[in-house]
Design a protein around this ligand. Sequence first.
Ligand code: ADP
Ligand code: MG
Length: 703
Amino acid sequence: MNSPNIMDTPITYLKGVGPQRAQLLAAEFNIHTYEDLLNHFPFRYVDRSKFYNTSQITDTNTYIQLKGFVIKTETLGEKKAKRFVATVKDEFGTIELVWFQGLKWVSSFVQAGQQYVIFGKPNEFKGKYSFSHPEIELFDQYIQMGSEGLQGIYSTTEKLKSFGLDSKGFLKLMRQLLQVLEGKFVEFLPDNLIRKYHLVEREDAWRNIHIPANSSDLKAAELRLKFEELFLIQMRLLKIKSKRNIIYKGIVFSKIGENFNNFYNNYLPFELTNAQKRVIKEIRADMGHGKQMNRLLQGDVGSGKTVVALICMLISLDNSYQSCLMAPTEILATQHYNTISELLKDMPVRVGLLTGSTNKKQRTQLFEELNNGVIDILIGTHALIEDNVQFKSLGFVVIDEQHRFGVEQRSKLWNKNEHYVPHVLVMTATPIPRTLAMTVYGDLDVSIIDELPPGRKPIMTVHRFDDKRLDVYEFIRKQIHEGRQAYIVFPLIEESEKMSYKNLMDGYDMVLQRFPMPKYQISIVHGQMKPKVKDWEMQRFLNGTTHIMVATTVIEVGVNVPNASIMLIESVERFGLSQLHQLRGRVGRGADQSYCILMSSYKLSREARLRIETMVRTNDGFEIAEVDLKLRGPGNIEGTQQSGLIDLKLTNISQDQAIIELARNAAQQIINDDPDLQHPEHVALLEYLIQNKKSKSNWSRIS
Ligand code: ADP
Ligand code: MG
């Protein structure tokens, strides 16, 4: 079964690829094998199926193709103005082609009396059209190459071009490769799927994605290959999921006991929302049925995920198991620790905190108390997954993450104990779109909190240009006089830490000038501060000593200050949407009307403007997540690279939602009916999955 796969053949075996080209292909595009080359898809196609004639040229915006005989060539001008001009004639008239560069080559290639195919974008001058630097081929060769139809345009680099691998060069290699692979594409999709979704054969699809005869062939090829790409991912994710259910016996949390009831009846400071109740029910059901839970909890900023996690941790404790909660940063971990300790202060529950700042002595004690079961709930950062952290009986793990962990990293947590695997709840910081969740977190079940606690006044969001700064400051002053507090956030400038710092400090000076001490007190927090100093500054803001918090980045203000009613975001064009939404979520936590003010210069890109408009239009995190995905594509959504999953070659997660759903359903159906792929119609699929396991299990890569 493990005979070598022709797709893994090193690219040097392909005719036309010598050692130099091979080296460049590897260096520039990470192309090593036949399969890698196949996956170098055209990024667009030009329509070479239609020939225009010289009387049909009407605009200068479209690439068009003509054919005709060159009737005259001449070299005109001197030095910089030197150019080669060829006149082409077809049955309707003539048109000029002009070259300013590469004159040596064109003047020898373009000769009067020969018939050529010309492809380019026409220029207009005084009602007359011409082409400058068009693509040009001899008509006979064009026909021989089978160039008519849609022509794929491949991305390439200067280096590759200098070795003949321009777009055309790639196309030549592709033809060569497809010829070698003729008859070698293994069909692994079951027949009934192919019929059900009207998919074309694999081999046709691979051919037509590179060399489509027309747009309907191309569409069919794309559908087939996207489906295949997504289906394989879903098969693997769902396989992981179902295997986990079989291998790992879940601990059964059968009891709802003392701790839960005591907390619920006596210490829960508010009524749970219906959504929170529903989600807790879902989690409970999952934890009580003998299967190991792996669940994603999605909810908007401020929807109350923490208390859901806490309640589930108490259920774990009622069943004599410890639990832990892992946060992405020290500040957030500390904040969770404080919130939870406060809520539980009158209950006999022991809560511990473990972060990078926990000193050796504290650590030693903590580890001991974890080991002998004195600590019931451990809260911390990544430090929790280190090997020396050993629990007596870890039953429930909560990851409060900002999409930071891949499947593999998560699995580290569930391998913490040899005898059984704890239940795992992953909470997202901001919502992510359904289809993305299906792919990044496709091995998890999903619960959604789609309701905010009552009484929240929607945050008012406005956009102001920099020249309105004084008005904005005046507004902040008024709010401070009414007893409120304000955040002023500056962007992290990724290219330069120094510039970020300078930017922040300049801003800080500006704020100081407008809000002079001692009347006004200002906290400042940034990434280069020692955690202790940071903490001290945060505390001053938290307890109301300071009126304004000047800061960089989301994480550093990931703090809960209900009295803060203003979030002023400077240079808003530098922030991503989900970051903005997170930041905005820092206000609107108290009873007062809150405001989010987005400041920008007048120079805004189209995307920046869309982001700002979206923020002003809606407070709905799910809606914002959809826009974010459309704008940036999955690869740029925070953390999806870490997940390793979004290595999709063809699929566009925001545009291909329908195919994602189809592929998911198709895979689910197969896993349900035939989990071990033993039916005859699944043999090819099983073989394909096994053969392609090691080399292509992208999702298991940890960055
Ligand atoms: P997130 O989902 O963003 O993690 P948190 O768990 O931090 O949100 O909750 C945000 C705030 O809302 C906290 O101050 C929390 O105490 C409060 N909260 C949570 N649930 C409710 C509720 N049902 N009613 C009122 N306030 C709630
Ligand atoms: Mg939270």
